[in-house]
Design a protein around this ligand. Structure first.
Ligand code: PLP
Length: 415
């Protein structure tokens, strides 16, 4: 435990914060990166670790934000607080662009400053008395926020798991979809598709099973579709494509990966009117209350950008950027497969998930860094199910991706 020797207040540390393990994955990777640069100052390091977008945002979108921002300096154009739930026009545009034929209405969409904040807000909404299940491996925010609100129970060193969380193994041997027949019931089921880190998208049949399971068990699915625009194989892009989902699911999503808004910040959450608590009380009413109390709405400048993203020109320009990243993913997958590695993902997501049977992911990470000067992410950082894997992000400029493909290929051809 870290201790400071200066003045201490009499405020106790939140015990839930004390229960958090391993810090956050990416700061640890940054530390390793720093050490590597100090050791090899001339190595041309390629960063395919943190899944941050790299390509410029199309001009039509930044111009809309600039114009909106400039107008704030005029008497006519000045605007203060907006609706807490988001700009009505943007909510409508999100419904029309991403939820055609699903029954989702603009009034059920809450615009936000990103999916990660929405995950925290949802945990605040559910509170500490619910149980939760999560894919193993998964994006760390679901588990960490569960720990912070006090749902998780103690951390068990032997298993690397929290006592009260149900870990749904999603590995190559079960086609990245959990065995629902043996799964203990939980109140909340976090499910991300396409999944970060495995890059695997659940099929329609699998999602039908998940919705039927949630309905039978009286659970709520929190579905994260932050990578849905990368889906190329016809898998559903929203849980609301599945009949019955409106009674059992919430969806969080984001402009981050689709529009390069990781720094601009914009996302949304869909809470259908039919979703009810055990008392019959509508979840949407509580979520609305929570958003009004703890948030106050997304930046109006970001929302102006969001509207431009969903204009016909903006949407076409963004899809070209997404296609560019998809070509990157194919290049990396082809390079690794050509040297006999078992490669997953890449087709429906900007992440390639590579299997190194019998090896520890931090060791593979360290070897790739040492010998190829490429930053990846050790799968273990996404949960015990990631132990023998590494994740490679395919966000990057083409020359870096091509160079990383060459280096990785030559590293593993000799192994
Ligand atoms: N959900 C998943 C699965 C992610 O991988 C990420 C970011 O990497 C987020 C949510 C966070 O999205 P945002 O930038 O909108 O907070």
């Amino acid at each position: 435990m870290q201790r400071n020797t200066g003045h201490c207040t009499n405020v106790p540390r939140n015990v839930n914060m004390e229960s958090l393990r391993n810090g956050y994955l990416f700061p640890e990777i940054s530390l390793r990166e720093l050490e590597h640069i100090q050791k090899y100052p001339d190595s041309e390091l390629i960063r395919l670790g943190i899944g941050d977008t790299t390509n410029p945002i199309p001009d039509i979108i930044t111009s809309a934000m600039a114009e909106y921002a400039r107008a704030l300096s005029t008497v006519r154009g000045y605007r203060g607080y907006g609706a807490e739930q988001g700009n009505k026009e943007l909510r409508q545009a999100i419904a029309e662009t991403f939820y055609e034929d699903t029954g989702v209405k603009g009034g059920e969409i809450f615009v936000s400053d990103g999916a990660q904040s929405d995950i925290s807000r949802l945990q605040l909404l559910f509170g500490s008395n619910v149980t939760m299940a999560v894919q193993n491996p998964s994006f760390p925010a679901y588990i960490d926020t569960s720990v912070i609100v006090g749902q998780a129970g103690e951390f068990q060193e032997e298993t690397g798991k929290y006592r009260n969380i149900v870990y749904m193994n999603c590995l190559p041997e079960n086609n990245f979809f959990p065995d629902l027949s043996t799964m203990p019931r939980t109140d909340i089921i976090f499910f991300c598709s396409p999944n970060n880190p495995t890059g695997s998208a659940a099929s329609r049949l699998q999602l039908e099973q998940l919705v039927a399971y949630a309905k039978a068990k009286g659970s709520i699915i929190v579905y994260d579709s932050a990578y849905s625009v990368f889906i190329t194989d016809g898998s559903p892009k929203s849980i609301f494509e599945i009949p019955g989902a409106r009674e059992v699911a919430i969806e969080v999503s984001s402009f981050s990966k689709f529009a390069g808004f990781t720094g601009v910040r914009l996302g949304w959450t869909v809470v259908p009117k039919e979703l009810l608590y055990s008392t019959g009380f509508p979840v949407i009413k509580d979520y609305n209350r929570l958003v009004c109390t703890s948030f106050n709405g997304a930046s109006s400048i970001s929302q102006a950008g969001g509207l431009a993203c969903l204009s016909p020109e903006g949407y076409t320009a963004l899809n070209a950027v997404v296609d560019y990243y998809k070509d990157n993913a194919k290049m990396i997958c082809d390079a690794l497969a050509s040297v006999g590695l078992k490669v997953y993902g890449g087709r429906n997501a900007p992440y390639v998930w590579v299997h190194f049977p019998g090896l520890k992911s931090w060791d593979v990470f360290a070897e790739i860094l040492e010998k190829a000067h490429v930053i990846t992410v050790p799968g273990r950082g996404f949960g015990p199910g990631g132990e023998e894997f590494i994740r490679i992000s395919t966000f990057g400029h083409r020359e870096s991706i091509a160079e990383a493909s060459r280096r990785l290929k030559s590293l593993f051809i000799h192994n």
